[in-house]
Ligand binder design. Structure first.
Ligand code: UDP
Length: 489
């Protein structure tokens, strides 16, 4: 295999090798229009939900954070999500310039994701109706999150004549290729739905070059339509303790959370499901107890989050596992925590473990590092970007609890190494910010709108051939076989 332009193994694909930067107005888009309003589609989960349980997780945080920042940049954001309770008003102002619209479709209660495809028609109806009640041209662009929303965006984009920007967040083919033993694979209907959205979207937002490559190689995305925009972290909420008072701050954080003020803490934070592999951490803790009981006696494992996905089939499975491994005394389970309490938890921990089988990015990893806590993560997907191996934490190959126990033991036994990684973690996390993510998205919106308008001209060109776009003819493929931006087969 030859390296790609991103330096990753794989067939050479022309992928963006850096974060998408704002682009200047394009010469072929006369009257380059600013983006005034974005319709954000989030069918299956609301940005108002508490992340860390059920279907609420990183995607919710992502939508909240970028919407706030886009609004601060002067772009109005309207987020459409499914109404799940009678108490929800039709719309809520989440932040000045950001409105959450509750679309009634199906029962006013939470539905499992598997049941949502049957409600997509009703959801789309609600979205189209909302737009129809406004003056024409209300939205400049649609940004859909997760494939279910992408299906809605596909129709809305055609109805409104605006481009569709899509974020997959996770991809079924990638998930299915690295399932935990016994975990339920994603259904074929989802794969088909994702393929449809991939080909319908004008821009696909990938969190990392690896996700970009997956979109191109596994879903046939046109490389020119894939933009790599890294997620961020709120560096005002997730802050490291002051060096001089770090010990005292950690003890105070532990007290606030009701955790032991002495000894070591290894934390897992996230939705409890086999994909996230919290069981690997528990098994590693049991292995540590077997191989180094003196050290293990000083360690508390803290698990934060609620059941989700296939983890809902057996919501007490992890508690049962801790009991069967005789770890009940040294493991603490906490419910999902709001942001400020979560920052306390990161600061209270000596290490954060992210043993997932797959992550498209892994916000928990970057938040923990922003709080100065080194991360031990599986060397998969976006975690390879989120953690700088040997600098801000350690990446572990595979999910063997014996290997995980060895890595954890080495770090837990070495305060100096942890301090070194802690400094590297803070430094690494500083490179990520939601402001940068928002401007990356805005640039992608602008270029999608520009190409969409050029495409409209290109379509006219079907009647009057030979229009030129950026010096390249809009009627086929370039010499290297890549399709020209905006050109459709
Ligand atoms: N989270 C939270 N409270 C919790 C657990 C998680 O607010 O108790 C948030 C966490 O801060 C992070 C997100 O949920 O921003 C999880 O994102 P991640 O990318 O780690 O995983 P995902 O949920 O996307 O699979």
């Amino acid at each position: 295999m030859s390296p790609t332009t991103n330096g990753l193994p794989g067939t050479a694909a022309v992928l963006p090798d850096t974060v998408w930067e704002p682009d200047p107005p394009r010469p072929h888009t006369p009257g380059h229009r600013p983006i005034r309003r974005v319709a954000v589609l989030s069918v299956h989960t609301s940005p108002l939900d508490q992340p860390g349980t059920g279907d609420a997780g990183g995607m919710n945080v992502y939508i909240v954070e970028v919407s706030r920042r886009l609004a601060d940049l002067g772009v109005e954001v309207e987020i459409f999500t499914r109404a799940t309770s009678r108490e929800q008003p039709p719309s809520v102002e989440m932040h000045p310039g950001v409105t959450v619209r509750h679309v009634t479709c199906g029962p006013l209660e939470a539905l499992p994701k598997e049941d949502l495809p049957a409600q997509l028609c009703a959801f789309t109806h609600g979205v189209l109706l909302a737009e129809a009640e406004r003056p024409p041209g209300a939205y400049d662009v649609i940004h859909s999150h997760y494939w279910l929303s992408g299906q809605v965006g596909w129709l809305a984009k055609q109805r409104w004549g605006v481009p569709l920007v899509h974020s997959a967040h996770t991809l079924a083919k990638v998930k299915n290729a690295s399932l935990a033993a016994g975990d339920r694979p994603e259904p074929r209907a989802r794969i088909i739905g994702e393929e449809q959205v991939t080909s319908a979207a004008d821009r696909l937002i990938a969190s990392t070059p690896i996700e970009a490559r997956d979109l191109v190689e596994q879903y046939g995305a046109e490389p020119e339509r894939v933009a790599v925009v890294e997620p961020g972290v709120d560096l005002d909420v997730f802050t490291p303790p002051a060096r001089a008072t770090a010990g005292a701050e950690r003890a105070a954080a532990r007290r606030r959370l009701g955790l032991p003020t002495t000894g070591l803490i290894v934390a897992f934070i996230g939705r409890i499901q086999p994909l996230k592999a919290p069981d690997v951490l528990l098994r590693a803790a049991a292995e540590l107890r077997r191989t180094d009981p003196a050290l293990a006696d000083t360690v508390t494992t803290v698990i934060v989050g609620g059941p989700s996905g296939s983890g809902l089939d057996r919501p007490t499975a992890l508690i049962d596992l801790a009991a069967s491994l005789r770890l009940s005394e040294s493991v603490r389970f906490l419910p999902p925590l709001p942001r400020a309490r979560l920052a306390d938890l990161y600061r209270a921990a000596d290490l954060v473990a992210v043993p997932s089988y797959n992550e498209s990015f892994g916000l928990v990893a970057i938040e923990a590092q922003a709080c100065g806590t080194p991360v031990v993560a599986a060397a998969v997907g976006g975690l390879v970007t989120a953690v700088r191996d040997g600098v801000s934490g350690l990446l572990v190959a595979g999910h063997d609890p014996v290997v995980w126990a060895r890595v954890l033991r080495d770090l837990l036994a070495s305060p100096d190494r942890r301090a070194q990684l802690s400094a590297g973690a803070v430094e690494h996390a500083r490179g990520f910010s939601w402001d940068r993510t928002a401007s990356g998205l805005l640039a992608a919106y602008r270029s999608a709108v520009a190409d969409h308008r050029a495409l409209a001209l290109g379509n006219l060109d079907l009647i009057r051939p030979r229009v030129v776009l950026n010096g390249t003819r809009v009627n086929g493929t370039q010499a290297n076989g890549a399709r020209v931006n905006g050109a459709r087969p």
